[in-house]
Ligand binder design. Structure first.
Ligand code: MOS
Length: 762
């Protein structure tokens, strides 16, 4: 047999994609292909794997935020039964400092912090690992870890956000965009406006609490190569990062993530426990498992930064905005340098002639902050969409109408056309379904018994993102097809939608198509489940790969005497019923099985890479939505309950309404947590997180979540691969503002600081 290898590039705006007009598997609510193994408990997550001779590693965390380890005594720990080794900075293998995230060059690798990992006595945050205990059993390692004696020379940490404000700096850029944008004179325009709003909105720290805490298993092979099971959103980016730290050829490293139990950005970049686990395995010459406890995740994995944002708006009496100011101050660290992009929504949502946007940062001595579902857009829309609601009340204009009036013709800061933006239509249909017009707009005007009732609305926004990625497509003579790329399946339905898409493009039944992912060895390409990009990125590559496979099959068919495809060109054929036929003539064709059999080949294999995302330069591309909610506030206790939710979305074509609805619901639930219950309690005297557990960090539970209705406009975006834009993150955006706006409507109290806890309403 022969195997063909080809690389092709997909040009998204080159020609009209016929799949956009066709009914197929895309758009249907299939169940997740991995649903059954998950509900049966057969899907194994990293920490559930076992190896012969597996040892367990447990971290010892620093209890000061800044300073040095002055004495560390591991003798007692080492004498405990089962203990194999205790690593401190004194006996750690020498490792290279990790490469920091650089979204413009993912090839370098992607760590959340560029601090050397346990290479010296310095302490840079409270919770930083100062020792790793490795033992035969987990319990032995945990007990021995409690016996490691550490003394410190502590320094005063920079841990107060407020105290650091005078030292705020403007970062060089914010995720590759300018930190400051100025159009006209916004301050002056606001002073001269008929109506103005000018407020500061505060959001606390939030921490990652995916259902699966981070875990790693590291195995060094005899030939010096390293295999790592890792709960990761990008196996090959994790692999590249580890390769840099351990000075290995990326070829000599394999990272596997068969299933990931949620990530939300917290498993996007590499954190210190992963190289510590690999170093431990190297030292004890055995496979080592390091599974973080829930508290461990709080100590060594960062979350969403604390933030303070000012939004000022000026408008004419008729509602037209004359000016918009959105400035944001966020915290980061000297070793992570991630300025959360809270001003991004304000750059694209409203057509104000005068605009001022600015982001600043302060550096604190904490664990590195990181991506957390819609980093920036989540808290940014809280501030911006609260302010829009405040202006609507000031002007006595319906908040949906105010947004309609200020809908821009083209992107206000990018000055490009929108690829497809149906935000007004999303509001119109959502309002109708929700019954928006039935509410009395007067604050504190609706009640039921002891409950004040309110309805709120806010815009959801998340940009479109696509990376060039490679896929391999294999068509076998038994009629099966396999798509391979090292994607991450965190429960979103990645495998399911990729099978739907490939089956449609190939004209195969769903059960003939498989999707292989979660293994960096599949293909050397940088795929990441983050920034809501993964589905679109892989779609573009699959489209290119299918075209390549069809070319290869046509070539084979030409060699078969009397083939109905003889003489046909690529643009004269289409996929149908498990093979190819002449366009418009179903009868004149051959199945893939027959083409391969006649050619005496058992497979055709192609690789294809999608081209760089030029559409993102040429157009303003994003998903949009309208969040509607109804809440009630108890007049005596101030308790807020969410009673009803409707999200009306324009996210391009919906690939699978079941998995898409679930993504949106998840995002909204996270938004409810952000608005009402979640917050990381941080003791600024010591720089220490005080509630590192689910008992004290309150994520919403079932009783906190109402029925969430999700509706999609389902209008294909011609610039997006197969018409679909991202859906993973947009659900959390706008949701906290919708709740805050509803709370104002219910009670007449405007809460500008999250979370909206009872005390703020009494
Ligand atoms: Mo998302 S915060 O890019 O995983």
């Amino acid at each position: 047999m022969s195997v063909m290898q080809k690389t092709a590039r997909f040009m998204p705006d080159q020609k009209h994609d016929p799949l956009l007009d066709r009914e197929g598997f895309l758009g249907k609510p299939f169940y997740r292909v991995d649903g059954e193994v998950k509900v049966r408990g057969q899907a194994r997550f990293t920490a559930e794997f076992n190896f012969p001779d597996l040892a367990y590693a447990v971290l010892v965390h620093s209890t000061i935020a800044k300073g040095k380890v002055s004495r560390i005594d591991t003798d007692r720990a080492k004498r405990e039964p089962g203990v194999l080794e205790v690593l401190t900075y004194k006996n750690m293998p020498r490792l290279k400092a990790p490469p920091l995230v650089d979204v413009r060059d993912l090839k370098k690798g992607m760590a959340a912090s560029d601090l050397p990992i346990l290479q010296d006595a310095s302490v840079n945050w409270d919770g930083q690992p100062v020792a790793v205990v490795i033992a035969e059993k987990l319990e032995q390692a945990e007990h021995a870890a409690s016996l490691v004696e550490v003394e410190y020379v502590a320094e005063e940490p920079a841990s107060s956000f407020d105290a650091m404000k005078p030292d705020a700096e403007t970062p060089a850029d914010v995720l590759g965009e300018p930190a400051v944008i100025q159009i006209g004179d916004a301050e002056k325009a606001i002073q001269e406006a008929d109506a103005r709003i000018d407020h500061v909105y505060r959001t606390p720290r939030y921490n990652h609490n995916a259902i699966e805490p981070h875990a790693t298993i590291a195995v060094w092979n005899e030939d010096g190569t390293l295999a790592v099971l890792e709960s990761s959103q990008s196996v090959n980016i994790a692999g590249r990062t580890l390769a840099r730290i351990f000075e290995l050829d990326p070829e000599d490293l394999q990272v596997l993530a068969p299933f990931v139990g949620g990530g939300f950005g917290g498993k996007g970049s590499l954190w210190s426990h992963t190289p510590l686990c690999a170093a431990a395995a190297k030292v004890v010459k055995r496979p080592v498992k390091l599974a973080l406890s829930r508290e461990g995740v709080f100590r060594v994995v960062g979350g969403r930064t604390i933030a303070e944002q000012r939004v000022a708006l000026g408008a004419r009496r008729d509602g037209m905005l004359s000016a918009l100011i959105h400035t944001g101050l966020t915290a980061t660290t000297a070793h992570g340098r991630f300025a959360e992009q809270c001003t991004f929504p304000a750059r694209h949502l409203y057509g104000a002639p005068n605009l001022y946007i600015e982001q600043k940062i302060v550096n604190l001595d904490t664990v590195a902050n990181t991506w957390m579902r819609a980093p920036g857009e989540s808290i940014g829309t809280f501030a911006l969409e609260s302010a829009i609601d405040e202006l609507a009340y000031e002007l006595r204009i319906d908040p949906i109408e105010l947004r309609r009036i200020n809908e821009p013709e083209q992107d206000p800061t990018k000055n490009t056309k929108f690829s497809s933006r149906q935000l007004n239509e999303a509001y119109r249909r959502g309002a109708e379904k929700f019954g928006w017009s039935a509410r009395n707009p007067e604050p504190r005007s609706q009640r039921n018994g002891k409950w004040w009732i309110g309805q709120g609305v806010a815009t959801a926004y998340y940009p479109f993102l696509r990376f060039p990625v490679k896929v391999r497509l294999c068509l076998y003579a038994d009629g099966r097809a396999v798509v391979q790329t090292p994607a991450a399946e965190m429960g979103m339905g990645t495998a399911t939608v990729q099978i739907q898409h490939a089956a449609d493009r190939l004209g195969l039944p769903l059960d003939r198509v498989a999707f292989h992912y979660g293994d960096s060895k599949l293909l050397d390409t940088l795929v990441m489940a983050g920034g809501s990009n993964q589905t679109a990125s892989i779609f573009a590559a699959v489209q290119a790969a299918v075209e390549e496979a069809h070319k290869a099959l046509l070539k084979l068919a030409q060699k078969t005497p009397g083939s109905p495809l003889a003489g046909a060109k690529l643009d004269q054929i289409q996929a149908r019923d498990g093979g190819l036929c002449r366009t418009g003539d179903q009868g004149r064709g051959e199945s893939y099985v027959d083409i391969l059999r006649h050619a005496k080949q058992d497979s055709v294999q192609v690789e294809a890479e999608s081209k760089p995302p030029m559409e993102m330069m040429k157009y303003s591309m994003a998903s949009y939505g309208a969040q509607f909610c109804e809440i009630r506030v108890h007049e005596e206790t101030g308790e807020v309950r969410v009673s009803r939710w409707l999200c009306s979305l324009d996210c391009g074509r919906v690939v699978n309404p079941r998995t898409a609805t679930s993504q949106l619901r998840g995002g909204i639930v996270m938004g409810i947590g952000m608005a009402l219950t979640e917050q990381t309690l941080f003791d600024e005297r010591w720089g220490r997180i005080m509630n590192p557990s689910l008992a004290e960090y309150h994520v919403p539970v079932n009783l906190d979540v109402p029925n969430i209705e999700v509706m999609f406009l389902n209008i294909a975006d011609e610039q997006a691969p197969s018409g679909a834009r991202g859906i993973g993150e947009i659900g959390i955006t706008g949701s906290a503002a919708a709740i805050a706006n509803a709370v104002y409507h219910a009670t007449g109290k405007r809460i500008r600081e999250l979370p909206i806890t009872l005390d703020k309403l009494l």
